[in-house]
Ligand binder design. Structure first.
Ligand SMILES: *Cc1c(COP(=O)(O)O)cnc(C)c1O
Length: 388
C-alpha cells in the first residue's frame, strides 16, 4: 500500500483542526432570506445576493415566461473563440458597454477567471503593477501569474502608493494600479477619484477596479462605486461580477476596444475555457436590463447596512465598513468560530472568516446584508450578538 503518500495531507488537516482553521463545505438549503441546515432555520447573513434577486421567485418566473425554449440552451459547448460565441454573449456585452458608456465590454466565466487572467495578459516585464494590500485572492493570483513587477501598497494608503509611483514609475513602460471598490472583508470603499488623479499625474498608468461587491448595489443606476463617485471615465479596466448582486454567474469588464481585442488574443482563462451557457447570458441580461429599477432595493440595503454599522459602533466596535459588508473583528480564529457557532444556534447564519483570507489576529464574523432583510431582523441580530 502507498497510504504514506496521503499522510502529510491528513497531518495538515489535523493541524488545521487543532487551530480552529479547518474548513469544510457548509450545507444548507436556501429560501428567500432563510437558510436551513438539518431542519434548523437561520436568517442568512452570509449571502452575496445583495439585492435579494437570486431568491426572488417571481423575478425568475417572469424570466422563464418570457424566454422561448429555443433560447434555453444550457451549454455553449465550446470556447468563445471556437463555436461557443453566441448572440446572447454579444447582446449582453453591447448592453454593458452602452450602460457604462464604454467603447467595449467583455464577459468572462467568473470573476476568478477574469482577475486571474487580465493582468497576466496585459502586463509584461516592462509593466509595474501596484495593488492594494487587501485585493481579492483572484487578483493576487493574477499578479503572481503575470511577468510584471508587482508591489503592494498598504490598504487604502494612497500616500504610500504615490511614494511607490515616484520611486518606480519612470523605470517601466506602463503602470497598472489595482484596487477593489467595495472591499470584501472590511466593507470599506476606495476613493476612486484620488486614484484617477494619481493616474493622470503619472503618464502611462491604467486604473483597474474590481467592483464585485459594488455592481448592482452602488450608484444611482446600480453600476457601482465609480458611478456613485462620478469617475466612470477615469477607470480603464472596470470589472464587475454577475454572481453577487446580479443573481447570476460570470463576470465582465468594460474597457477600451483595443483592450477587449487584446484580451481575446492573449487571455488564457478566456481562450481556454468553455463559454458561459447562452441561457445564463439571457438571464444576466434580463437582470442587467432592470438594474435601474432596483433603486428601492439599493436604498433599503443602504438603510439596513447603516443600521447595523451604527449598532456595532455604539458598542465600541471599530467600524471600517461603509457598505453592506459589515465585519465584527474578534481576533483569534477560535473565538470567531465559537461566536459564529453560537449565533448559528440562535438562528443567525454568519460565518467566521479566518487567516489566510484575512490577516493573522483579525479573524472576524462577516455580516453581508441583503435587501431581503428588514430592520427588525437587524435589531434581533444585534440584540442576540451582544447578549453574553
Ligand atoms: C467574488 C469576488 C470575485 C470572484 O468572482 P466569482 O465570479 O465569484 O469568481 C472577484 N473579486 C472580488 C473582489 C470578489 O469579491
Amino acid at each position: 500500500m502507498k497510504e504514506y503518500v496521503y499522510a502529510p495531507f491528513a497531518d495538515e488537516l489535523r493541524r488545521l483542526d487543532a487551530t480552529g482553521s479547518l474548513r469544510v463545505l457548509p450545507e444548507g438549503a436556501q429560501e428567500g432570506k432563510w437558510i436551513t441546515d438539518s431542519g434548523h432555520r437561520m436568517l442568512n447573513l452570509s449571502s452575496n445576493d445583495y439585492l435579494g434577486l437570486a431568491g426572488d421567485t417571481a423575478l425568475r418566473d417572469e424570466f422563464l415566461n418570457q424566454t422561448p425554449p429555443e433560447a434555453m440552451r444550457f451549454s455553449a459547448s465550446s470556447s468563445r473563440l471556437l463555436t461557443g460565441n453566441f448572440a446572447e454573449h454579444r447582446r449582453l456585452e453591447q448592453l454593458l458597454a452602452s450602460l457604462y458608456g464604454a467603447e467595449a465590454a467583455i464577459v468572462f466565466s467568473s470573476g476568478y477567471h477574469m482577475n486571474a487572467g487580465i493582468l497576466p495578459a496585459l502586463a509584461d516585464r516592462r509593466t509595474l503593477i501596484l495593488a492594494d494590500k487587501l485585493v481579492h485572492a483572484s487578483l493576487i493570483d493574477g499578479l503572481r501569474l503575470s511577468a510584471a513587477k508587482c508591489l503592494r501598497f498598504r490598504h487604502q494608503d494612497y500616500d504610500q502608493l504615490r511614494a511607490l509611483m515616484e520611486r518606480h514609475h519612470a523605470a517601466f513602460d506602463r503602470t497598472i494600479i489595482v484596487t477593489e471598490s467595495v472591499f470584501s472583508m472590511d466593507g470599506d470603499v476606495a476613493r476612486l477619484q484620488e486614484l484617477v488623479d494619481m493616474k493622470h499625474h503619472f503618464p502611462g498608468t491604467l486604473l483597474y477596479v474590481d467592483e464585485a461587491h459594488a455592481v448592482g448595489v452602488r450608484g444611482r443606476r446600480g453600476l457601482g462605486l465609480a458611478e456613485e463617485q462620478a469617475c466612470l471615465d477615469g477607470v480603464d479596466i472596470l470589472c464587475g461580477t454577475f454572481g453577487k448582486a446580479l443573481a447570476s454567474v460570470g463576470a465582465f469588464t468594460v474597457c477600451r476596444r483595443v483592450v477587449r481585442d487584446y484580451l481575446v488574443n492573449r487571455m488564457r482563462p478566456l481562450i481556454f475555457t468553455t463559454a458561459l451557457p447562452p441561457v445564463n447570458m439571457a438571464w444576466t441580461r434580463f437582470v442587467v436590463e432592470r438594474l435601474t429599477e432596483f433603486a428601492d432595493r439599493r436604498e433599503r440595503l443602504a438603510a439596513l447596512s447603516a443600521r447595523l454599522r451604527e449598532a456595532f459602533a455604539r458598542r465600541g466596535q471599530a467600524m471600517p465598513s461603509e457598505s453592506h459588508i459589515v465585519p465584527l473583528v474578534v481576533g483569534e480564529s477560535s473565538d470567531a468560530v465559537r461566536t459564529a457557532v453560537r449565533m448559528q444556534r440562535l438562528g443567525f447564519y454568519v460565518l467566521p472568516i479566518r487567516p489566510p483570507t484575512v490577516p493573522e489576529g483579525t479573524s472576524r464574523l462577516r455580516f453581508s446584508l441583503t435587501a431581503a432583510l428588514d430592520a427588525a431582523d437587524v435589531d434581533r441580530l444585534t440584540a442576540n450578538l451582544f447578549t453574553p
